[in-house]
Design a protein around this ligand. Structure first.
Ligand SMILES: NC(=O)c1ccc[n+]([C@@H]2O[C@H](COP(=O)([O-])OP(=O)(O)OC[C@H]3O[C@@H](n4cnc5c(N)ncnc54)[C@H](OP(=O)(O)O)[C@@H]3O)[C@@H](O)[C@H]2O)c1
Length: 267
């Protein structure tokens, strides 16, 4: 990616994983567009933390399930930044807006999943590309376990939407390869300081203990900083030959065999 002053837009960077990505790029002096939906105070807090790292940024607001609002957000970005080096599609609606099993999910919930993931990525990338010079970086934040499996039944809408987005990653990667722009999906495992912390305490404890006891070979959940660091790594020119991939960023959790209890696997 071209060096000099770099600019990034991270959707859903008011909190959670998006914030971790914003702070990791800020530590590399990237100017950040911090996107939020309803939580302006959280976005302001991210901006304060970006500034503490010696970078700067602006706030942008949009409902990513509405393509017109995505287009308006990029219009603002063009006026503020004039260019873009990194685009991260990370935002995801609140869980009740899509979380329902296949026999019950409403079409509204199905649309919330697809509009916020596959369609928002389609629209966002097409808006980002005219602002991007050769060597730009595009990321989709996915949850590949949800797009590959069927066990967590109420995830059907989001899992299907993430699968469609992962497919788009491959098509876009080919479409922009000649410009040296890379397009990759990053798949975090369960991550602290994110949607996890909105679950009931008992569910949080079950998930944490399961991972600490071996399901994640590294013995802990991920952090927004872990995910942000990988985005920063991929923004290096040294990552220019990796494109169109789904990269697991999960401390090894995806290596475990779901048919065998972890105690036996790790020995
Ligand atoms: N957390 C995990 O363990 C985990 C694991 C794998 C993958 N992921 C993926 O990582 C991404 C971030 O997850 P997270 O847990 O960090 O999220 P989170 O903490 O729940 O934050 C969600 C973010 O999305 C924004 N948002 C919500 N609804 C929106 C809408 N309609 N339009 C635009 N923005 C909207 C929120 O903005 P406001 O603050 O303004 O509401 C917030 O910035 C998601 O794509 C998720 O699927 C997460």
């Amino acid at each position: 990616m071209a060096q000099g002053k770099r600019h990034a837009l991270i959707t859903g960077s008011s909190r959670g994983i998006g914030r971790g990505i914003a702070l990791a790029l800020a530590a590399d002096s990237v100017k950040i567009a911090i996107h939020y939906y309803r939580n302006e105070s959280a976005a302001r807090d991210t901006l304060a933390q970006v500034r503490k790292r010696g970078a700067d940024g602006v706030l942008v607001q949009a409902d990513v399930t509405d393509p017109a609002q995505i287009t308006a957000m990029f219009g603002k970005l063009k006026a503020e930044f004039g260019k873009l080096d990194v685009f991260v599609s990370n935002a995801r609606p609140e869980v009740p807006e899509f979380f329902r099993p296949p026999l019950e999910i409403t079409l509204k919930q199905w649309d919330a999943a697809f509009d916020s993931q596959a369609k928002a990525f389609l629209v966002g990338v097409r808006e980002a590309l005219p602002l991007m010079g050769d060597g730009g970086r595009i990321f989709a934040i996915t949850y590949a376990e949800g797009s590959r499996t069927g066990g967590l039944q109420p995830w059907v809408g989001m899992g299907s939407a993430k699968a469609a987005m992962e497919s788009l990653v491959r098509y876009f990667a080919v479409a922009v390869a000649k410009r040296g722009i890379t397009v990759n999906a990053l798949s975090p495992g369960w991550t602290e300081d994110s949607v996890l912390n909105t679950l009931p305490e008992q569910a949080q404890d079950l998930i944490r203990n399961w991972h600490a006891s071996g399901w994640t070979p590294m013995g802990r959940l991920g952090t927004p900083e872990d995910i942000g660091n990988v985005v920063a790594l991929f923004c290096s020119d040294k990552a220019r030959w990796i494109t169109g991939q789904v990269i697991y960023v999960d401390g090894g959790a995806s290596l475990m065999n779901p048919e065998v209890p972890p105690e036996i696997q790790i020995g």
